[in-house]
Ligand binder design. Structure first.
Ligand SMILES: NC(=O)c1ccc[n+]([C@@H]2O[C@H](COP(=O)([O-])OP(=O)(O)OC[C@H]3O[C@@H](n4cnc5c(N)ncnc54)[C@H](OP(=O)(O)O)[C@@H]3O)[C@@H](O)[C@H]2O)c1
Length: 265
């Protein structure tokens, strides 16, 4: 299916690896010019090289390093996107995740850090991109969050709590920025990325599992489709939500968890 995105411009954050990278790859394959982001320069450059191999002729990949917890870096990221491409049609937000662990082991700085990374980054990116996204034929926002907003996940109090703000924001934007901009979220269950490696390693350190393999298997077992998520498939959903083919979908939060959740809606 041609998603009718060729020649568009997307800014994707936290996109030098994992779900942000996979979403960018799906957009690039459709001929979308992209600005990609992450803090680590080496990883960002190698992600850009990999994406260029996927890109049709004339599709450009522009890496911009920056920390999503830093407002000045976000301003620079958006300004460089606009000076490089002169327009912005799609914003896809992703970032790292907060540390795991029980509530009584968190302190104020853990909560503030999680809020800066997961919420204020999206607030600032959206504020800064709202005008260009609304211009011309309008645009889309897709926030990559977590299934933890649908059902609280054991040991992830920061994710369970803080990410809810992004869903409230996304739903509000779907009204306030309509009809020019559609805003949706995807809520991943466990996917094969470095984030899962990090969470399983933390659980092994806390003594919840005897080995990394045991921790990984425990994350796959409750999934009816019997496997961890494939980031590329999530990326395809993000590209679809960014495309006119999903033109009547806005304000929605789509769970991508292989059927693991038990909420009816
Ligand atoms: N993978 C899963 O199973 C899963 C499930 C549910 C929810 N999620 C959530 O989905 C999001 C993406 O996860 P993922 O699996 O793609 O993680 P990942 O593979 O670790 O990728 C995270 C990306 O964000 C970048 N990043 C991290 N902190 C950043 C910062 N402060 N500023 C700029 N870039 C930053 C990383 O690059 P640098 O480190 O170089 O900055 C990397 O490109 C996270 O919020 C995660 O919690 C993931």
């Amino acid at each position: 299916m041609d998603l009718e995105l060729e020649g568009n411009v997307a800014l994707t954050t936290g996109s030098s690896s994992g779900l942000g990278f996979a979403s960018t790859k799906a957009l690039v394959r459709e001929g979308v010019n992209v600005v990609i982001n992450g803090r680590g320069s080496d990883q960002l450059q190698s992600a850009a090289a990999e994406l260029r191999e996927e890109a049709p002729p004339d599709t450009r990949v522009h890496p911009v390093a920056g920390n999503l917890k830093d407002e000045a870096d976000i301003d620079a990221l958006v300004e460089e996107t606009l000076s490089e491409f002169g327009q912005l049609d799609h914003l896809v937000t992703s970032a790292g995740g907060p540390p795991s662990g029980p509530f009584l082991e968190t302190d104020d700085s853990d909560w503030q850090n999680a809020f800066e990374l997961l919420v204020m980054s999206v607030v600032r990116l959206t504020r800064k991109t709202a005008d260009p996204l609304q211009a011309d034929d309008g645009g889309t926002i897709v926030n990559i969050t977590s299934r933890s907003v649908k059902e609280a996940i054991e040991g992830l109090v920061l994710s369970n709590s803080v990410r809810m703000s992004v869903i409230g924001l996304e739903k509000t934007l779907s009204k306030e920025l309509a009809p020019e901009v559609r805003a949706n979220a995807v809520l991943p269950g466990p996917h094969e990325t470095s984030r899962i490696t990090e969470l399983v390693e933390q659980a092994v350190e806390r003594g919840e599992y005897d080995s990394y393999e045991e921790g990984l298997a425990a994350r796959s077992e409750p999934i009816p489709l019997n496997t961890l998520g494939d980031p590329d498939k999530l990326g395809n959903t993000v590209a679809f939500l960014s495309s006119p083919k999903s033109g009547h979908i806005t304000g929605q939060s789509i769970v991508i968890d292989g059927g693991a959740g038990s909420a009816n809606l």
